[in-house]
Design a protein around this ligand. Structure first.
Ligand code: HEM
Length: 462
């Protein structure tokens, strides 16, 4: 795409360019705001298809940039990463979550990332498989009654509950059980009260508040009380068997600068919120796609029967479930729970030979990259065979980035893949989910890309 664009020649010797990328004109002042707010996934995809690997888009009297070409993404997220910072779009996010991994920069971010990293490495994740699989089994037990009674469930909220409990235990250890009900109830409230981006330019104009409401404040107070109580209750036992929390305390102590409770709270809540809604949205979309593609579901079930049989899966099984992984990957391609990320340029720069002025906002729409016809033939078709090794070999690495890429990529990628593969395989051992006839399915852009009307499905025993 943009790799061979003539603009590369316009780059000056000092690496600065005055060539602006192509892009739409938009309306006076508002530019393309309305299209973006109405459906960001569709909007960015349209821009990427029409204007290529880099585009400049007018928005509220300024210009923002969209980068979609894998080579240019490499430039932005890897080689020139120091020239950009993350874009924290909503102040309220910082106020609710505090200074955790997702929202910090510089040395504070680096210290947290290095200390947290060991608990998200593949070998650590593999050691968590036995309790994760047991928890998934217990969760699936409760569907037996629903299956026998032929009642439909909203799988989105069911999977939210599952992924909350897995994230909570992963982050805080088995003792999380003691606070799980209160903690998860407050977390659901925070999620429901979370201020969403306006839906159109008109909404943006009339909205006055920044989203803080007394209800949101109360829910944050509730969740804070749970976390602080939990931290203090685990202190006498020296945070033994406390998952990521234990690691945060021990490693920061070894550095002679133990994280105070407020910092532990910020880090735990950040990881919890970054790590559960994404997984539950993925599980919901995966099972919608399996409903739509019974031939894929049959093949997946066949693999689970061959590899795992009717046992509770073990860590080795997770590695051996190759087709299941292809199904998960193909679902993440089409329905990336994080549909877009953004960065802010710290200085004048060039990407692909095009000028990016300091202060500009750069968007990367994972949704658009994952549906570009030049990277993904027949891009809207669900086809897990795309991820067969022989079909992936020629594809650029940055063509598939559901967990982003570069130094600010998702720390929880291995954990998420393990959780998703386990849940999909264990569900296939016991049940088939069928969409309630007539239930409307549409994508909505919230904090994650989720089904706008939930996902009502019947649970049938398989
Ligand atoms: C299917 C599940 C998941 C998806 C699709 C996903 C996706 C992403 C993406 C795209 C980013 C980059 C955001 C940006 O650059 O603005 C990210 C960052 C992050 N994710 Fe995930 N994520 C998932 C699960 C998890 C889990 C399970 C955890 C932890 C329990 C987690 C924790 C984080 C954190 C802390 C960051 C910020 C990392 C940093 O800036 O250093 N995520 N995730």
């Amino acid at each position: 795409m943009a790799r061979n664009h003539p603009a590369t020649r316009a780059e000056h010797l000092d690496g600065v360019s005055d060539v602006t990328p192509p892009g739409p004109k938009g309306l006076p002042y508002f530019g393309c705001l309305d299209g973006l707010l109405r459906n960001p996934m569709k909007f960015w995809h349209g821009i990427a298809v029409r204007y290529g690997g880099i585009a400049r888009v007018p928005l509220k009297g300024r210009h923002v940039y969209l980068i979609s070409d894998p080579d240019l993404l490499y430039e932005l997220l890897v080689t020139k990463r120091r020239r950009y910072r993350k874009n924290t779009r909503y102040r309220v996010a910082v106020e609710v979550l505090g200074e955790g991994l997702l929202l910090t920069e510089g040395d504070a971010w680096k210290r947290q990332r290095l200390i947290t990293q060991p608990t998200f490495k593949a070998d650590y994740v593999a050691r968590q498989v036995s309790w994760m699989a047991q928890d998934i089994s217990s969760f699936l037990d409760r569907w037996e009654r629903v299956a026998d009674q032929g009642i439909a469930v909203d799988t989105e909220s069911e999977f939210l509950d599952l992924s909350q409990r897995i994230a909570g235990r992963y982050l805080m250890g088995p003792g999380f059980e003691r606070i799980a009900d209160r903690f998860c109830r407050a977390a659901v409230e925070i999620k429901n009260l979370w201020p969403l981006p306006p839906k159109s330019a008109i909404h943006a104009l009339v909205r006055r508040s920044d989203g803080w409401t007394p209800q949101l404040e109360r829910a944050v107070r509730d969740i804070d009380a749970c976390v602080y109580e939990y931290i203090e209750s685990e202190r006498p036992g020296n945070f033994e068997d406390c998952g990521v929390l234990g690691q945060l305390v021990q490693a920061s102590r070894e550095q002679g600068d133990e994280f105070p409770p407020e910092s532990l709270r910020a880090q735990l809540l950040t990881l919890f919120f970054a790590g559960h809604e994404t997984s539950s949205a993925s599980l919901t979309w995966i099972h919608y796609l399996l409903h739509e593609h019974p031939e894929v579901r049959a093949k997946l079930k066949q693999e689970v029967e061959t590899v795992v049989g009717s046992r509770v899966p073990a860590a080795e099984d997770v590695d051996a479930l190759l087709y299941t992984e292809q199904v998960v990957n193909e679902s993440l391609r089409l329905y990336s729970p994080i549909h877009s990320i953004s960065r802010v340029a710290l200085e004048d720069d060039t990407i692909g030979g095009y000028a990016i002025p300091a202060g500009s906002t750069i968007y990367v729409s994972l949704y658009a990259v994952h549906r570009l016809p030049q990277l993904w033939p027949d891009p809207h078709r669900f086809d897990p065979e795309r991820f067969e090794p022989q079909n992936s070999a020629a594809r650029p690495r940055f063509a598939f980035i559901p967990f982003a890429a570069g130094h600010r990529n998702c720390i929880g990628g291995s954990m998420a893949m393990t959780e998703l593969k386990l849940a999909v395989a264990q569900l296939a051992q016991r049940y088939v989910l069928e969409l309630v006839p007539g239930h409307k399915v549409a994508q909505a852009a919230g904090t994650t890309m989720h089904p706008r009307y939930g996902m009502q499905m019947y649970v049938r025993r398989s």
